[in-house]
Design a protein around this ligand. Structure first.
Ligand SMILES: Cc1cc2nc3c(=O)[nH]c(=O)nc-3n(C[C@H](O)[C@H](O)[C@H](O)COP(=O)(O)OP(=O)(O)OC[C@H]3O[C@@H](n4cnc5c(N)ncnc54)[C@H](O)[C@@H]3O)c2cc1C
Length: 596
């Protein structure tokens, strides 16, 4: 079934499902972003892979994920002779999903070797993120171990000793499932995940020159890991984050013996239930320093920053799944003699979701493209990536909670029933906002990126350049919304201190100077948007009134949502083609204002 085909008149008792759909083929927005950001050659090469992942996500993976969610892992602490083994026992569905992620699509290997998936050279980040985005639409929890294995390898590539690199990178990045070793990052203690500097885990170097760790880690995802990157304080090191070192702690020692850590129990979690998160105690675990002893926290933050983009991508993925569920349901189910999607209030709610979904995907894939450019050596893009990741993590994970809840509402009573995917999407969405830094902590990180590295400068330049590319006349008022919002942000930053104050520049301003026009079309759209968004005016900076003199446009121009749509590049020049809104929502019973 295609979302772009005309909706047949649904049967009165229809309960349509997404089962068997190809999640890539159905996603015109993803296709558009991939084509725009990957470059023609890479897009052509990626297309069959994306279509394959789309089919897997809409079929086999979806079924496995449902089984794994209903059969969460258990801890086998002791063997039959009472010896400590600390094994995590999974449902076979979880291992089948691991094979799809690590082996069939090599999601943790793509960034580390040339030739994975038959790619000539290294697979671009945009491709990796697009494949993972499709995977996330069916299985959220497993992408945590995938991402942590991937980023642990990257940490070792950057900071590991030659011995650690040789011992671990090949095994963390192989697509041979039997040879694969998985990684993780454990730093949160009972003292708190936000105040990492309060960590109490101690590292002691013995007379034999070997480091050993003592202490508790309170949240340990991928509890069955083969190797953990962790933070501990060497005896005598200063308090706070400056005294923390990063250690690699293997599960097994070189002779095959179990290392000195135990899993006390597994967490009984609200969501992400397929994957094991535990509580771990180090009891003299043998550990190896990664990088400089006094640099542990800084290195860990680098790893966390990568994980934050992955986190945002996963949230964007489940938002997209929530939207797809809503579209399929609302087009295939009827009330009062017409498809649900033709009912104006429901249609407006789905349109709101669609804007969030397109904006979130655009932020994620643009960030992945920036990551590719940074990997190619661009210093400016390193700074841009530095600020984009916490911004994306903060905003997208928050919107995911709303979008998945809305999707539950669109499905009605069935949305609340565990046989449908909606409840799982809601549960998974809530985790995104908490781990890898709860929202206020990530917001403070954005502030750090601004204060310490002036990362807002490349961000503003990036936004300005994107806005310059908007040529659609109907979009001009919306461009002004973003311009005004950024100007307002600028004014606030000027007040943060002399180092942030605008410097006179010889370069011309990148900002477009569109004037706001009140065309009849814009006005009709304005009215529609006003009715949709009136109940949702936010107190965020995006909602600052803009200085438009066009009265009829004024209200809508103060809405944050429209700014996001432009920001995300969601409106493109259509030159006579139907807009994606038209394509995605399909025909309506009553005429609706269009973006094009
Ligand atoms: C399922 C799951 C799996 C996890 N897996 C891992 C893992 O593998 N490895 C790992 O290291 N951690 C893991 N975590 C831990 C997670 O990263 C932390 O829960 C998170 O960082 C918050 O820390 P906390 O729970 O100690 O809350 P706290 O640090 O106590 O924070 C509580 C609240 O206070 C707010 N707050 C704190 N400081 C400030 C401030 N300065 N200003 C304003 N507000 C503030 C926080 O934002 C938060 O909202 C996992 C968590 C969950 C739920």
């Amino acid at each position: 079934m295609s979302l772009t085909s005309p909706a047949p008149q649904p049967a009165q008792d229809a309960m349509p499902s997404t089962r068997g759909l190809n999640f890539y083929q159905e996603d015109r927005n993803l296709q558009f972003l991939c084509e725009a950001l990957m470059g023609a050659a890479a897009f052509e090469r990626a297309r069959p892979l994306l279509a394959e992942m789309g089919a897997v996500a809409g079929g086999e993976l979806d079924e496995l994920a449902a089984q794994a969610d209903k059969n969460p892992p258990t801890l086998r602490a002791f063997d039959s002779a009472g010896r400590r083994v600390d094994e995590v026992v999974f449902h076979p569905a979880y291992h089948a999903m691991e094979r799809i992620a690590f082996s069939r699509f090599g999601l943790a290997a793509l960034s580390h070797h040339d030739g994975v998936l038959g790619w000539p050279g290294r697979v671009p980040q945009t491709v990796k993120y697009a494949l993972s985005y499709l995977f996330a639409q069916s299985e959220f929890g497993l992408l945590c171990p995938v991402n942590m294995t991937d980023s642990a390898a990257r940490m070792l590539e950057h900071y590991g000793s030659p011995e650690l690199k040789a011992a671990w990178i090949p095994r963390l990045t192989t697509t041979d499932f039997d040879q694969l070793r998985q990684g993780t990052q454990w730093m949160t203690e009972k003292t708190g995940g936000s105040d990492v500097g309060a960590a109490t885990t101690i590292a002691r170097k013995g007379a034999d020159g070997v480091w050993r760790l003592w202490g508790d880690k309170w949240f340990c995802s991928n509890a069955n890991t083969d190797v953990a990157l962790t933070l501990a304080r060497p005896e005598g090191a200063p308090a706070g984050t400056r005294g923390l070192a990063m250690f690699l702690v293997p599960k097994r020692l070189p002779d095959g013996a179990k290392n000195g850590w135990i899993i006390n129990r597994l967490k009984d979690k609200f969501g992400s239930r397929s994957m094991a998160s535990g509580e771990v105690t180090y009891e003299g675990a043998v550990a190896y320093v990664v990088g400089e002893v006094g640099n542990g926290f800084k290195q860990m933050m680098e790893m966390v920053n990568l994980s934050r983009l992955s986190n945002a991508m996963r949230a964007a993925g489940i938002m997209r799944r929530a939207l797809l569920e809503s579209l399929v349901h609302a087009r295939g189910r009827a009330a009062f003699g017409s498809p649900l999607l033709a009912l104006p209030l429901l249609r407006a709610s789905v349109m709101e979701m669609l804007l969030d979904v397109e904006a979130a995907a655009s932020v994620v894939f643009n960030s992945a493209a920036v990551f590719d450019r940074w990997n190619g050596g661009s210093a400016e893009d390193r700074k841009l990536f530095r600020i984009l990741t916490p911004v994306a993590k903060c905003w997208i994970t928050a919107r995911a909670r709303t979008v998945t809840s809305e999707a539950m509402n669109v499905r009605g009573g069935n949305g609340y029933i565990e046989e449908w995917v909606n409840a799982r999407l809601v549960r998974d969405a809530y985790l995104g906002s908490i781990w890898e830094g709860a929202t206020p902590i990530v917001a403070l990180d954005v502030q750090r990126a601004i204060m310490r590295e002036q990362c807002h400068e490349p961000l503003f330049a990036f936004l300005g350049a994107r806005l310059q590319q908007v040529t659609e006349p109907a979009a001009k008022p919306w461009v002004d919304v973003v311009v005004q919002a950024v100007e307002s942000l600028r004014r606030r930053l000027d007040g943060w201190g002399p180092s942030l104050a605008r410097r006179p520049s010889s370069r011309p301003s990148p900002w477009p100077t569109f004037s706001i026009t009140s065309s009849p079309r814009a006005c009709s759209f304005t009215k529609a948007r006003r009715s949709v968004t009136a109940r949702r005016t936010s107190a965020s900076s995006w909602s600052e009134p803009c200085m438009s003199s066009a009265g009829s446009s004024r209200a809508i121009l103060t809405r944050p949502r429209s700014a996001r749509a432009i920001l995300a590049g969601s409106i493109r020049r259509s030159a006579g083609r139907p807009s994606r809104l038209q394509l995605s929502l399909g025909p309506a019973a009553s005429p609706e204002p269009r973006l094009t």
